[in-house]
Design a protein around this ligand. Structure first.
Ligand code: FAD
Ligand code: EGU
Length: 468
């Protein structure tokens, strides 16, 4: 396809910096259009490395992410190796487990292995003859004027390459973004939350999953929270979230046991006492950061996608899903603008910034809310109220997590709709309450109750016999 630059797409070099989840998927999107795609990844090829040390072992894949995969023909391959989670399983302190479905039968999320997903995407990208992987290439710096990038190689040498378009997919601590930070009118905010996270493995019991597999297991304990997602090898990966100052208080194996006995007693035999005591100290607690910025582009030269543009705290399970949706949105704008980068890039910023900023806000809001007052009772209660209202008024009231997780309603529209729904609910409650007061007063006036006095010593008996 010829356009303004005079070069056709097959003559243009698109450099994707970062071969993580979003970079690898993006490589497929650009290769499919015929560009000369060069992926630069600082690490070694994870398909050859024995141990992959990275963030979170598994992730919740939902509708937005699946849609993005399906457009490059990868949905089936990934979904077939994912474990469906139809419900949450809420673990109360007393060991009681209560399931809360995500929705109707087809509404489930998938637990997918991060390393496998990344490997499959790299392999898919490599199937295009016009896509090339460059591992062990760590970007050092680049020039917005010329598009020239410099990479550091493991032997200490450097290598340079010029690209027509640079796609920054190099994660939350993006090197590409450094050039954005030097520019005027670039907005940037970065917030570390006081919580850290730590991953523990729950082994199989007698060759079977230690807990029900098709659930996202949650232990909500206000300040402390644990989540477990199933893996294909019948283990669960448990992620413990707690404030760093609490992590610091736990320094010995006995401290760990005492802590788990108080907050997650049912998990102790499942993880195993010895494993718990050692696994806990294997890695230090990891930090979580929320990053927002805008614009996402520099001229017609460079664009940020995925965590490099918007790192979100993991309390909505949307970081990767949002990054994958970035790829769809960019791809659609490429069609609309005839692949003219000078039109595509500003349009991408215009369309995508409000949605990415909203999911960052929603995830942060959920973090604050969970931390403040979400114990298992409250969690169960809130989700049930949402679901009952949705059942009664299916077209009017759609829970926020449903819009976020199971639709492609733009994040900012989902938020607006949620505000509107809350107004409707509150007004509904007001009408009901007013009606109840008026109706009640009328009935009482019409049929004055016979005053029946209860002997004071019976009051407690009555109160205690009430089942809550
Ligand atoms: P990354 O995955 O960080 O990849 C960036 C890549 O760039 C890496 O491979 C890195 O090596 C490379 N790189 C970095 N710097 C350079 C450089 N200078 N030169 C070359 N290469 C470079 N999301 C969900 O959707 N669902 C979940 O359930 C979920 N759970 C999560 C749980 C936790 C605890 C955390 C921390 C995150 C979770 N996320 C989840 C978010 C998800 O992990 C991220 O949104 C996702 O990994 C972003 O992908 P990315 O490709 O943009 O960045
Ligand atoms: C955190 C860490 C339950 C994977 C938010 C729900 C998460 C995930 C929830 C992690 C929660 C919280 C939602 C999904 C998902 C819930 C969601 C959180 C996956 C509102 C690997 N969150 N997560 N909400 O509804 O929409 O189940 O590490 F505990 S999936 Cl914090 Cl849907």
């Amino acid at each position: 396809m010829m356009e303004s630059g005079g070069k056709s797409s097959k003559d243009k070099v698109v450099a994707v910096v970062g071969g993580g989840l979003v970079g690898a998927l993006n490589a497929c999107y650009f290769a499919r259009r015929g560009f000369q795609v060069e992926v630069f990844e600082s690490r070694d090829d994870i398909r050859e490395a024995k141990i992959v040390r990275g963030r979170s072992i598994n992730l919740a894949l939902s509708h937005r992410g699946r849609q993005a995969l399906s457009r490059v023909g990868m949905e089936e391959k990934i979904v077939s190796k994912g474990i469906p989670m139809h419900s949450r399983m809420i673990h109360s302190l007393n060991g009681k487990q209560s399931p809360i479905p995500y929705g109707k039968k087809g509404q489930y999320i998938l637990s997918v292995d991060r390393a496998n997903l990344n490997k499959e995407l790299l392999t898919e990208a490599e199937r295009y003859p016009n896509a090339k992987m460059n591992f062990d290439h760590k970007l050092q710096d680049w020039s917005p004027d010329t598009g020239l990038m410099t990479f550091l190689r493991p032997d200490g040498s450097t290598q340079s390459l010029q690209a027509d378009l640079i796609v920054g997919c190099d994660g939350a601590f993006s090197t590409i973004r450094k050039q954005f930070l030097r520019r005027s009118r670039f907005n940037f905010s970065q917030t570390y939350i006081p919580h850290g996270y730590l991953e523990l493995t729950m082994p199989p019991v007698a060759g079977e999953f230690a807990m029900k597999p098709n659930y996202l297991h949650i232990w909500p304990r206000n300040t402390f929270m644990m989540i477990a997602l199933p893996n294909l090898d019948k283990t669960f990966t448990c992620t413990l979230f707690m404030p760093f100052d609490e992590f610091e208080k736990i320094t010995t194996g006995d401290d760990v046991m005492e802590f788990f006995l108080e907050y997650f007693p049912d998990a102790i035999p499942l993880i195993g006492v010895e494993a718990l005591k050692t696994d806990y100290f294997r890695l230090p607690a990891q930090a979580m950061v929320s990053i927002k910025c805008s614009p996402y582009h520099i001229n017609d030269r460079c664009v940020l996608m995925g965590d490099s543009a918007h790192a979100v705290v993991p309390f909505y399970g949307q970081g990767m899903n949002a990054g994958f949706e970035d790829c769809i949105v960019f791809d659609e704008i490429m069609d609309q603008c005839n692949e003219d980068f000078s039109a595509v890039l500003p349009e991408y910023t215009r369309v995508r910034v409000p949605d990415d900023h909203t999911i960052a806000d929603l995830a942060m809001y959920n973090y604050v809310e969970m931390r403040a007052h979400v114990n298992s009772k409250w969690f169960l209660f809130r989700k049930k109220v949402d679901d009952i209202l949705h059942f009664l008024l299916p077209k009017t009231i759609v829970p926020l997590y449903t819009m976020v997780t199971f639709t492609r309603i733009r994040y900012h529209e989902a938020l607006q709709r949620w505000h509107w729904q809350n107004k409707v609910i509150n007004q509904g409650l007001l009408v009901c309450a007013t009606g109840a007061v008026l109706g009640g007063s009328y009935l009482i006036a019409k049929h004055p109750p016979k005053i029946q006095s209860i002997p004071i010593e019976k009051v407690w008996d009555r109160l205690l016999s009430l089942k809550v």
